[in-house]
Design a binder for this molecule. Structure first.
Ligand code: AMP
Length: 410
């Protein structure tokens, strides 16, 4: 079915054409009629499936072509700054033939520019919860005119501890509104928010959120802990790559890998939550433009980032949650391109890999790099000082929350 048949407004349809989309993706086909009809929605879909357009296009169609008033009519909540910026860009692209205004507000940058933009009036706000709450509390912004509320990546918002503030924000929106809810998984905690925020929602599961993008070739490379970095360098040397995303479990690990890759003459950017907003913007822009051939990132920082042309994803560390495996390797092979995803596996991570295989319902091929001087697979030596957890004394190990346990058991 072509986009024309979906009854989007004329300027939004032209915006879609200008974006170069020819056919709607499955989530767009199913969600757009529901949202255009004014209904509430719980949607789950794999990243890279076109989820953003699935809500942005019908929302923009319903707003009409003209800006109105000063307070926003649409609020989209996102867990990270990068996602907020990306979703703002998508709204602006699709709305280019309207005079609707979309604005992202997120923390880590000054208030002045955002306040000035807000005072000019906006139709659509894309926000991270903390910064939005600042503007609600000081009266810069009101949610009284909100007619559509989008809660995106709800499982990740919960994981990041945003639940109380998200509930507060929902309570500040008018009761008579449309609510769209997107979450990769809907465990009981998330179901509870859904029941509180939504009315008679239509459930749309594009049932692939456990599955790996068909266009990704993925494999695990067993290696002992001491040789992980050497194998990474050897894989990079033999891979014909344009841009590589390397995932680390921890922020300090990401810094360490980046330092060593730089010393090995690679151009490297780093993306994680301890970096300043400007550093993150520079890293992403540099990676997108090709200035950096490699970006080393942690899961939360990289969640949802959309970089065209990532040819390889390398999991330097096996992800903690099986779901993150799907998210990580979904960074490559996007929009029908083919990508490779490699995971380095030390003996102590063997169980994590089995959990991932169970989660995605398939066995991941195991490979050895030819010509690499493998040492016998030895267990990891005793760990050095653990990474400090924010808000806890140094040396406190990150607790595994009930939510994480719930997810990793499945
Ligand atoms: P998302 O899942 O929203 O992050 O989208 C993933 C990528 O697919 C983005 O680069 C979109 O621009 C692109 N995309 C979304 N919908 C379509 C479509 N119907 N046709 C082609 N590309 C699309």
């Amino acid at each position: 079915m072509p986009f024309r048949a979906l009854n989007l407004s004329d300027p939004v349809f032209r915006g879609v054409q200008a974006a170069g989309y020819t056919e709607p993706t499955p989530i767009q086909l199913r969600a757009i009629p529901v949202v255009l009809g004014g209904g509430d929605l719980i949607g789950s879909a794999q990243t890279g499936t076109g989820k953003t357009a699935a809500f942005a296009l019908p929302i923009l169609s319903r707003l009409g072509a003209h800006a109105r008033g000063r307070q926003p009519r649409v609020l989209v909540l996102e867990p990270t700054r990068e996602l907020a910026a990306q979703v703002e860009t998508a709204f602006r692209d699709f709305a280019r033939f309207t005079d609707l205004r979309a604005l992202a507000v997120f923390g880590g940058v000054g208030y002045g520019h955002q306040r000035a933009e807000l005072s000019r009036g906006v139709d659509i706000i894309v926000a991270t919860p903390g910064r939005l709450m600042d503007y609600l509390k000081d009266g810069t912004l009101s949610l009284r005119d909100i007619s559509v509320l989008v809660l995106d990546e709800v499982d990740r918002m919960l994981d990041m501890g945003f639940l109380p503030v998200v509930k507060d924000i929902i309570a500040r929106c008018p009761k008579n509104r449309q609510t769209l809810f997107f979450s990769a998984t809907v465990p009981p905690e998330i179901q509870a928010i859904a029941s509180f925020a939504l009315r008679n929602p239509t459930r749309i599961e594009v049932g692939v959120n456990r599955s790996v993008n068909q266009s990704v070739n993925h494999a695990v490379y067993p290696v002992s802990f001491e040789q992980k970095f050497d194998l990474l360098v050897a894989l990079l040397a033999q891979a014909n790559f344009d841009s590589v995303l390397v995932f680390s479990r921890t922020k300090h690990g990401a810094d360490r890998i980046a330092r060593r890759l730089k010393a090995a003459n690679h151009s490297v950017a780093v993306l994680h939550a301890n970096r300043s907003q400007n550093q993150r913007i520079e890293a992403l822009a540099g990676f997108k433009s090709g200035k950096y051939e490699i970006m080393v990132a942690t899961d939360i920082a990289a969640r949802g980032i959309d970089v065209a042309g990532v040819t390889h994803v390398i999991n330097y560390d096996v992800p903690e949650n099986p779901e993150d495996y799907v998210h990580r390797i979904g960074r490559t092979g996007r929009a029908q391109a083919v990508g490779d995803a490699f995971t380095l596996v030390t003996p102590e991570n063997a169980q994590d890999v089995r959990d991932i295989e169970r989660f995605i319902g398939q066995k991941i091929p195991e490979l050895r790099l030819e010509g690499f001087d493998y040492k016998p697979l030895a267990p990891r030596p005793p760990q050095s000082a653990p990474e400090k957890v924010r808000g806890m004394p140094a040396g406190t190990l990150r607790p595994r929350s009930g939510f994480r346990r719930f997810r990793s058991r499945r």
